[in-house]
Design a protein around this ligand. Sequence first.
Ligand code: NAD
Ligand code: TYD
Length: 350
Amino acid sequence: MKKILITGAAGFIGSHVARLFVNKYPDYEIYNLDKLTYAGNLENLKDIDKAPNYQFILGDIVNSDFVMNLFKEHKFDGVIHLAAESHVDRSIENPMEFIMTNIVGTVNLLNAAKTIWEGDYEDKRFYHVSTDEVYGSLGNEGFFYEDTPYDPHSPYSASKASSDHLVRAYNDTYGLPVIISNCSNNYGPNQFPEKLIPLFINNIRHNKPLPVYGKGENVRDWLYVIDHAAAIDVIYHKGATGETFNIGGHNEWTNIDLIKVVCKVMDKKLGHEPGTSEKLITFVTDRAGHDLRYAIDSSKLQNELGWKPSLQFEEGIDLTIDWYLNNEEWLNNVTSGNYQKYYDEMYGNR
Ligand code: NAD
Ligand code: TYD
């Protein structure tokens, strides 16, 4: 029986990883440690929450005593660490939450794993899930490789970069069996509607403006979340200790082109005249320090471990939009409460 702790599994990507592991590995015990911040939602896991091999633990990774005691109690064999503050715009408004959760929280988990494993690393693994944003911003050409020097620009990416360095330091210094992946932008079901795609789907539903930062010329490399979860599974089981893997689907879009696709598909699905949603596009003040372009080279993962994305973007965006339209209750629930306050602070004056 393997005991695996997944942190942040009530969030967007974590919920897909937990579902995959709970269903695919009935002989593993999967523990989900999550603080249930605004981004954490147990509704994301309602199809697995009664599974015999799944358990939810409410808790904050920033609390070092709590984390240490939890590890001592459960003696996890593996950790898949996704818990984080994850939204760039929020990191610009309030960096300290990002420093605490993304850096201090990660070190608390590393310390706890180091303590309970006591140098006996046989069949142990600490998997740190990170982002391509640590590599900084590309010009019009080129890709991020695993050895691209780190050059983060936002408090979010700087906090993730710090945590990546600390994870590697625990491997170099204490021999902790770590592995890291850096993934491009994810999209799909259960993403909190502060991120571009679900925000715009939700705004189109409510006939609200679509706030495009700057000229919409920034480029992101989009991967369907289920493909990210599949990559995490392969890397967790087959990746060599100490290695880093980039994850991405060679699927680059300028924001404005991507938004036009979302508008077109939404018009079709809502039975609106073509062009209706595009009229909502509103260019607003650019994000401070806005990275121009992200693009991942994932050939190491593809060649060494045989992973590749399963979905074409057209298929993925179609499934994604269907999910949000079929799960209006989920959208309404997560956008009640503090969401309006966040929205007004973020977009109210633009
Ligand atoms: P998310 O914001 O949807 O979910 C984060 C989860 O972590 C939430 O359930 C939240 O409650 C939990 N959490 C936050 N602070 C916590 C704390 N102090 N203690 C315990 N739990 C806490 O994030 P996501 O988009 O699913 O991202 C998951 C991970 O993947 C993050 O580490 C992120 O950096 C990384 N990542 C995300 C993307 C992306 O496009 N979303 C791309 C690459 C990598
Ligand atoms: P986002 O989903 O926040 O992901 P990230 O900043 O981590 O890449 O944003 C994706 C892109 O969309 C990014 O270039 C910023 C842009 N964007 C907008 O133009 N308007 C918005 O309201 C948001 C949230 C993002």
